[in-house]
Design a protein around this ligand. Sequence first.
Ligand code: FES
Length: 125
Amino acid sequence: MSEEERRWKKVCKSTKLKMNKVKGKTIGTKMVAVMRTEEGVFGTNALCRHMAWPLHWGGKIKDGCLRCPLHQSSYHPEDGSVNEWSPAPYFPLYGKMLGKLRKPSSLKTYDVREKDGYVEIDMKS
Ligand code: FES
């Protein structure tokens, strides 16, 4: 196996990654998430940039964005950029305070491919 091929790690079977769903896996020391949207299959760091919730634990694809179940931050799967930062909970002061715990920041993204029936992620990308 070439060095190039060794970079790709299997995350899950392609058939297990349904439309608008998210799957996660720990590879080495990193937790990654893969998701299928209308635009394709994408891979990101799995930990929400707000308070490190694993996004595959209840995360949803909504309007093409990956939404964290904890405080509803959402990200664009293609480049990991923030769509919305910690809009919940909606109690005015508490919600604002939580949003300010960390500055909005993007998820790291990885190259993803489907090969031989598996979704694979390039950990060096
Ligand atoms: S941990 Fe994800 S939005 Fe707060």
